[in-house]
Design a protein around this ligand. Structure first.
Ligand code: PLP
Length: 363
C-alpha cells in the first residue's frame, strides 16, 4: 500500500482494514456482516459496549462524562452544541484560530449571540492568541475552541485551564475532530468534546461527543430529538439507529491503539513524526511552514514550495512515488501532510526522502 497523507477521511491502520475484511461476511460465527445486524442485537451491543469502554479508557474519560456516538459530523455539531448548551443564556464565546473555528462561530450565530473572545485572523491564522488576552463576555454559556485546525495546521499543545483566566466554572467546548486520541489529555478541563471520526478514529459517518453530565438536559425546545444530547445519552446512543459499521471499525481502531501502547505512546510517536518533518522543512530553503513554532500541529503539516510553479510536478511525482493525497487545502495552497495516528514514522521518512530528492533535482 501507498503512504496516504489524506486530511480526512484519512488512512486507517492496515491491520484494522485486514481484520474488517476477514470478518466482513461472517462476524464471529453469527453468519452475518456487522453491517447487517440489528443495532439492538446482543452481537452489536457487545461491539458497541467494547468500543465505548475502550474509548473511555484510552482517553481517560471520567465517570461523570457520557460518550455519545452520533451522526451529522462536526459541522452538524456546530449547531447542535449551541442548541444543547445555551439553556437560559443568550450568548457563547469563541476563540477563532482558523477555518474550522470560523465556521463554528458562524453557525452558532443562528442560535446565540456570539462573542469572539480572541482571533488570530490578523496573523493569517498562524498562531493561537495567548489566553491572558482572551476577552470573555459577562455570562456566556460556554467557550469554544478548535483544538487542531486541520486546514491551517495550528494546534493547541495544551488543554486550556479556564481557571487560569478566572473562569473555572465556564464549560470549555472543543472541536477535536483532527487530534482526538493523538496525545494524553485532561478531559476534565472540558465540558464537551466533539468531532468527526474520519481522521483518528474510523470511517466518516460517526460523530463522537464526550459531554459532562451536568450539561445535559438543557436543549432548546426546537432542538431535533435525535440531536438532544440528553435523549441520546439516555438511549445509550440508540435513540435512532447509530452508524453501526463505523462504530465497529472505530472499535477495531481503539483495540489497535491499546496494542500500540495507548495515547501515551501515540503522543510520543506523533511528536517525533512531526518534529522530523518540521525540522526538515525549517532547514530547507526550498520549502517553508509559516506557523508559530509553539502552535504547530502534530497532525497536519502544511508546507509551501517557495516556487509554487512546481506544485503540480511535486504532486504528480510524489504520487508516482507512493506518497498520495498531499495537496494542500485550496484556501492555503501548497501541500499538507496529514500524519495522524495511523501514519507510521516510515511514511514521514519516505516523504522527507522524496522532498529532499525533489529539491535537489528542481532547486
Ligand atoms: N472540524 C474540523 C477540525 C475538521 O477537521 C473537519 C473536517 O472535516 C470538520 C470540522 C468538518 O467535519 P465534518 O465534515 O465531519 O462535518
Amino acid at each position: 500500500r501507498v503512504f496516504n497523507f489524506s486530511a480526512g477521511p484519512a488512512a486507517l491502520p492496515e491491520s484494522v482494514l485486514r481484520r474488517a475484511a476477514e470478518e466482513m461476511l461472517d462476524w464471529h460465527g453469527t453468519g452475518v456482516s456487522v453491517m447487517e445486524m440489528s443495532h439492538r442485537s446482543a452481537a452489536f451491543q457487545s461491539i458497541y459496549q467494547q468500543a465505548e469502554a475502550d474509548f473511555r479508557e484510552l482517553l481517560g474519560v471520567p465517570a461523570n462524562y457520557r460518550i455519545l456516538f452520533m451522526q451529522g459530523g462536526a459541522i452538524a455539531e456546530n449547531a447542535i452544541v449551541p442548541m444543547n448548551l445555551l439553556g437560559d443564556k443568550r450568548g457563547a464565546d469563541y476563540v477563532v484560530t482558523g477555518s474550522w473555528s470560523t465556521k463554528s462561530q458562524q453557525e452558532a450565530r443562528k442560535f446565540a449571540e456570539v462573542n469572539i473572545a480572541a482571533t488570530a485572523e490578523a496573523s493569517g491564522f498562524t498562531t493561537i492568541p495567548a489566553m491572558e488576552r482572551w476577552r470573555l463576555s459577562d455570562d456566556p454559556a460556554y467557550l469554544f475552541i478548535c483544538s487542531n485546525e486541520t486546514i491551517g495546521g495550528v494546534e493547541f499543545a495544551f488543554d486550556p485551564d479556564l481557571g487560569d483566566i478566572g473562569r473555572p466554572d465556564l464549560p470549555l467546548v472543543a472541536d477535536m475532530s483532527s487530534n482526538i486520541l493523538s496525545r494524553p489529555m485532561d478531559v476534565s478541563r472540558y465540558g464537551l468534546i466533539f468531532g468527526g471520526a474520519q481522521k483518528n478514529i474510523g470511517p466518516a459517518g460517526l460523530t463522537f461527543v464526550i459531554v459532562r453530565e451536568d450539561l445535559l438536559g438543557k436543549a432548546h425546545k426546537d432542538c431535533p430529538s435525535a440531536f438532544d444530547y440528553a435523549l441520546v445519552a439516555e438511549a445509550e446512543s440508540m435513540y435512532n439507529t447509530p452508524p453501526t459499521y463505523a462504530i465497529y471499525i472505530a472499535g477495531l481502531v481503539f483495540q489497535w491503539l491499546r496494542a500500540q501502547g495507548g495515547v501515551e505512546a501515540m503522543g510520543q510517536r506523533n511528536a517525533a513524526k512531526s518534529a522530523l518533518l518540521y525540522n526538515y522543512v525549517d532547514t530547507s530553503d526550498f520549502y517553508e511552514n509559516r506557523i508559530d513554532r509553539a502552535c504547530r500541529s502534530r497532525m497536519n503539516v502544511p508546507f509551501l514550495l517557495k516556487d509554487d510553479r512546481l506544485n503540480a510536478a511535486f504532486l504528480e511525482e510524489s504520487a508516482a512515488a507512493g506518497l498520495v493525497q498531499l495537496k494542500g487545502h485550496k484556501s492555503v495552497g501548497g501541500m499538507r501532510a496529514s500524519i495522524y495516528n495511523a501514519m507510521p514514522i516510515e511514511g514521514v521518512e519516505a516523504l522527507i526522502g522524496f522532498m529532499q530528492d525533489f529539491a535537489k533535482r528542481k532547486g
